[in-house]
Design a protein around this ligand. Sequence first.
Ligand SMILES: CC(C)(COP(=O)(O)OP(=O)(O)OC[C@H]1O[C@@H](n2cnc3c(N)ncnc32)[C@H](O)[C@@H]1OP(=O)(O)O)[C@@H](O)C(=O)NCCC(=O)NCCS
Length: 285
Amino acid sequence: MTPDDVPAAERVSDEGFFELDSRMRRTHEPAAERRTDPHRAVWLERTRHLVRTDPGGCWVAEDGTGVIGMATSFRRETLWCLATYAVLPGRQGQGIGKPLLAAALQHGRACTRGMLSASADPKAARVYHQAGFELHPQMSMSGTVDRSAIPVVEKVRDGSASDIDLMDSLDRATRGAGHGPDHELMLRTWRLLVSDTTTGSGYAYLNERGMPALLAASNRRTATRLLWAALAEGPERTTLGHLTPANRWALDVGFASRLELQQEGYLGLRGMKPPAPYVHSGALL
Ligand SMILES: CC(C)(COP(=O)(O)OP(=O)(O)OC[C@H]1O[C@@H](n2cnc3c(N)ncnc32)[C@H](O)[C@@H]1OP(=O)(O)O)[C@@H](O)C(=O)NCCC(=O)NCCS
């Protein structure tokens, strides 16, 4: 993938995920929606960033009609992560995706750890299992936040670039590798909350919709405080995504704020245990 391919790759990913959401939608859920313009802008900026930092980890498949498949992946220290992976609906299940993933995995061949957030697509689960990833069920909690349940939150402040060293240390302690240059990207596109006290430290990013997108902390107490702060600052209707059973503290907060729990894809891991206290980002892990 080159920077010029990024808009075409975005269209493939939008088509792929819209069709996936329509196909996997449960009967009680609202109809699948197209990617919004603000989300598209974040997607494009993130993918350009990954093509810049990891050109060898980003690939497209094309034929006479143009780009029909894409995969973006990146290395941070000893960790390889898969950011996005999609093939056009109608072209899936025909052997296009597997060589794309193989090319991306080749970029991480020297890494001792691997991490990805898998969709509920049965084809995706199959190829990740075959590639040696352990699949840990992922949950999400959504609904209207019961504001009366939010406790008084102290010792949380807005963060800045001066917190990057602290955040990289927390990343290493929880997932084994700092986010490095991805913190600069997240600081440009998202809002950062930080808690740094004598008893513990942690950080949380709120995405372009004001919902928790990534959280790491040195202990559950600090993680809990940050998640409450994120809910207090966020919209009325929210989603806490990418929760694993290793992060029961996050479910405690979700249930206390009267959100509803459901199962949603998998956290795929190689050479590591599910990070905690940690809520991963779907693409930047
Ligand atoms: C996941 C995805 C990128 C894989 O690309 P693809 O071109 O479909 O993959 P391939 O055809 O190379 O391989 C798919 C595998 O699933 C199998 N498969 C095909 N249809 C299947 C089905 N309905 N259920 C389960 N497995 C199926 C194929 O046989 C193949 O396995 P095999 O080679 O061992 O026989 C693509 O299906 C996709 O874009 N899905 C929607 C978006 C998505 O979920 N992306 C992943 C996000 S984490």
